[in-house]
Every structure is written in structure tokens, then in C-alpha cells.
Write a protein that binds this ligand. Structure first.
Ligand code: FA5
Length: 404
């Protein structure tokens, strides 16, 4: 018999034994009459002989028959699968832990060592073929299922009137943007800053060294890295001074965190908007002018405010700017802790130490800073009696304040 691919009869299958030097490349011929084993690449056919290999041949043929049958069985089931679920069932049936491939593989231990490689290889080939066919079928089915969904989608008439309740911005976002706009028109830049800061930015750069009693007023949540959730927007002052130098006008809104009990006017998570202005000859008159302008723009009406001395280590002098409670008109209610006034926007002239930390020439420049309580401003503007409503996530309550 000649040695070429074409010379193979229908029943020929390739096989490999573990002893590659001897038998690699042999072809097993199982034609109708007898079995012969002959070397594929050689000048002459070399028949290993019927008597030397009957058991081996029998097993090899049996294995090939098994894998062929398994593949045929798989293809038959695959042809019937018409959904992702049925494909998944097939995958489990053939490739699962207790599936057919696993069952075939479990026979490996009883196969003689020299045949293990060929056996494993044959099972693996079937496995890979099944995996590929499953993946192709899956891609096909997904496409069909998507198309089915598209085809079954309800037609709608774009000209029909529709419900356009698209939701709305949170009251704090609304007021924040409004205040930003007011300051933008007065030449202030709007800055953003991280909610996680380090001790230096939150305290030390603000003239609040370690163990300073002012820290007690602003207990917060500490991370294992030593960083903390910022207690006030003042934490950004140092970075912004270093970023821009003087002269400088900037506002920077942000979420603040404090470890404190909540009530109608205190939250553990609330918003502030910090502002700083640094230039030559900046004085308290400039501070008062900007505060008044901002409040009359926000409320669109005259509101009663009062300025009283307040202590913050990062300003000197420092003030508390309170607004007369717009919920009770000054008579006293839970929203203002029955005082008729609400602390809204502490402020003051920036302490020279803070300017120095920020790299500002204190011989030439002075500046003011304020820390507006945005959440409280939203309460006053929208007549929200309890600050906790703002963090409640209750759309029914929140949506009613928009547009007021
Ligand atoms: C400060 O946070 C200072 N950093 C403000 C400041 C900036 C002073 C620049 C001077 C110069 P205070 O802790 O008072 O200060 O908070 C400022 C404002 O944030 C308060 O007036 C109030 O409106 C708001 N606020 C503070 N704590 C809470 C809270 N727990 N819940 C809601 N709003 C709060």
C-alpha cells in the first residue's frame, strides 16, 4: 500500500502512542477486512502486525467510537436547542461536573499508561469541539432572542402626548448652582475638592494644631490610612491658595461630615460652600458687602441678618452671620432651636498664619473667608422645617420644594 493521505481508507484514524520515537505518526487502518498498523512516513510500509496489538487497537477503536457517538449525540441535541436555557442544560449535560465528558475522563485512570496520552487527547478534542459549538450556538441564539425582543417591542406613536415627569435636581444642587452663579458674576472661580482629606488640610493648615480644643467641635470619621472625611469646606483653603496664589477669588462647595447627633437643624452629612477673597487692601467692609449681595440675590427679598463675634482659629477677627428664621419669622421653632435665628455663614478675615501656610505674602495681601451652610440655606429658602428631609431620599417630599 502506498503512503499518502489519499491512500487512507474510510476507516483510518490517526493515533499516537506515548513512545513518540517509535510510533509517532502511525496510522491505524480499520478497513472492512482486517486491521493493519503501518508507519506513515517511511519508504516502506511497516506492519506492526495483528497479533502484537489487538487489545490496544480494540481499545483505540472503542474510544474513537465512543467520542464519535458522543459528538453525534451532542449535535443531535444541539439542533433541537432553541433558547439560552436549553443551551445551558446541554452544557451541563455534556461539560458539567457530572456530564458525559467528565464520565469519559474518569475512565482515564483505568487506561494503561502508554495509552493515556492518546485517550486524554481524544476526549479533549471532543470537549473543545463541544465548547466551540456551544459558544457559536449561544451567539446565534442571543442574536435571535434580541431580534425577537425588538420585533415584539410595542410600537409607539411619537406624536402622542406623554407623561414627562423627568424628575428634578435635589434642592441642595439647585441652591448650590444658584449661589455659584451669583459668585461667578462677581468674578469668583468655582473649585472642587475631595471629600477625603488629611489632617494637615482639615486642621493644621487652618491654624488648628493637634490637641487644639477647636478640634472637639468637629469630630469626624477617620479612615485606617489616617485620612478623614472633611468636616468643613475650609479644608480646601490651603490647596486653593497654593494653586492660584494671590490675588484670588474662589468659592468651593462640598459635602461635609461630622460625628454629631442629628436634630431638626443638624445633620451628620451636610453641604457647605466656602469662599475666599485675597487681594491688596481687603477689609471687613468687602466681606459684609459680598455676604449681603449673596443673601439678597438668593432670597430675592430683604432678610434680617445679624453679625456677632465668633471664634475660629483660622480667621481674625471672626464672625457668626445668622439669618432670622424664615420658618417661624423669628418667633422660635425647632428649626432654629427656638432662638429665632439660625447660624448660616460664619466668616472673618483670614489669619496671617493661614495665609503663610498657603504661600501668600502677608505683607502685601489680606483676605476674607466664609463658610456658608448650604443645607441650612436650602431649608430657609424652601421652608423645609427639618434638615433630615434633605438626606431622606424621599422623592415625594423633595420634589415639592423645587420651583418654589
Ligand atoms: C465652619 O465649618 C467653618 N469652617 C466656617 C468658616 C469658614 C468660618 C471660613 C470662618 C471662615 P461651622 O462649624 O460653624 O464653621 O459651620 C459653618 C456652617 O455650616 C454653619 O453655620 C451651618 O450653617 C453649617 N453647619 C455646621 N454644622 C452643621 C450640621 N451638623 N448640620 C447642618 N449644617 C451645619
Amino acid at each position: 500500500m502506498g503512503i499518502s493521505e489519499n491512500a487512507r481508507c474510510k476507516g483510518c484514524v490517526d493515533f499516537f502512542t506515548t513512545d513518540s520515537s517509535k510510533n509517532a505518526g502511525n496510522t491505524l487502518c480499520i478497513n472492512e477486512y482486517f486491521w493493519t498498523v503501518w508507519r506513515k512516513k517511511g519508504a516502506q510500509d511497516l506492519c506492526i502486525g495483528f497479533s502484537e496489538v489487538p487489545l490496544f487497537i480494540e481499545r483505540t477503536i472503542q474510544m474513537n467510537e465512543n467520542t464519535k457517538q458522543l459528538l453525534a449525540m451532542f449535535e443531535e441535541s444541539l439542533a433541537k436547542a432553541d433558547s439560552s436555557e436549553s443551551l445551558e442544560q446541554l452544557r451541563v449535560e455534556f461539560l458539567g461536573k457530572k456530564g458525559h465528558i467528565a464520565a469519559l475522563m474518569s475512565q482515564l485512570k483505568s487506561v494503561p499508561n502508554e495509552e493515556k496520552k492518546a485517550f486524554g487527547q481524544a476526549v479533549n478534542e471532543v470537549k473543545q469541539e463541544i465548547e466551540k459549538k456551544l459558544a457559536d450556538a449561544h451567539a446565534d441564539i442571543v442574536k435571535k432572542e434580541e431580534q425577537k425582543l425588538i420585533d415584539s417591542a410595542e410600537d409607539y406613536d411619537v406624536t402622542l402626548p406623554m407623561d414627562i415627569d423627568m424628575g428634578s435636581y435635589h434642592p441642595i444642587t439647585v441652591i448650590q448652582r444658584e449661589v455659584e452663579e451669583i459668585f461667578r458674576t462677581m468674578g469668583f472661580t468655582i473649585e472642587d475638592f475631595s471629600e477625603i482629606v488629611d489632617d494637615f488640610n482639615c486642621f493644621e493648615a487652618l491654624n488648628i494644631p493637634k490637641h487644639h480644643p477647636a478640634r472637639d467641635m468637629q469630630d469626624t470619621y477617620y479612615l485606617s490610612s489616617g485620612q478623614l472625611l472633611k468636616t468643613h469646606t475650609s479644608a480646601a483653603q490651603n490647596s486653593i491658595m497654593k494653586k492660584y496664589g494671590a490675588p484670588l477669588r474662589a468659592v468651593f462647595p462640598g459635602r461635609c461630615f461630622r460625628n454629631e447627633s442629628t436634630d431638626a437643624c443638624h445633620e451628620n452629612t451636610f453641604f457647605q460652600m466656602e469662599g475666599i477673597m485675597i487681594d491688596e487692601d481687603i477689609s471687613i467692609s468687602n466681606l459684609i458687602y459680598f455676604m449681603k449681595t449673596m443673601l439678597s440675590e438668593v432670597f430675592g427679598q430683604d432678610v434680617n441678618v445679624r453679625l456677632r463675634p465668633g471664634f475660629f482659629p483660622f480667621v481674625e477677627p471672626g464672625f457668626e452671620l445668622d439669618i432670622q428664621c424664615l420658618i417661624c419669622g423669628g418667633d422660635g421653632c425647632p428649626s432654629c432651636k427656638n432662638s429665632g435665628w439660625l447660624e448660616l455663614c460664619p466668616c472673618g478675615m483670614i489669619h496671617p498664619n493661614v495665609l503663610n501656610y498657603g504661600g501668600i505674602d502677608t505683607e502685601k495681601y489680606t483676605g476674607f473667608a466664609f463658610g456658608l451652610g448650604l443645607t441650612r440655606l436650602a431649608m430657609m429658602k424652601y421652608g423645609i422645617k427639618d434638615i433630615r428631609v434633605l438626606n431622606s431620599g424621599n422623592l415625594k417630599s423633595l420634589s415639592q420644594f423645587i420651583g418654589k
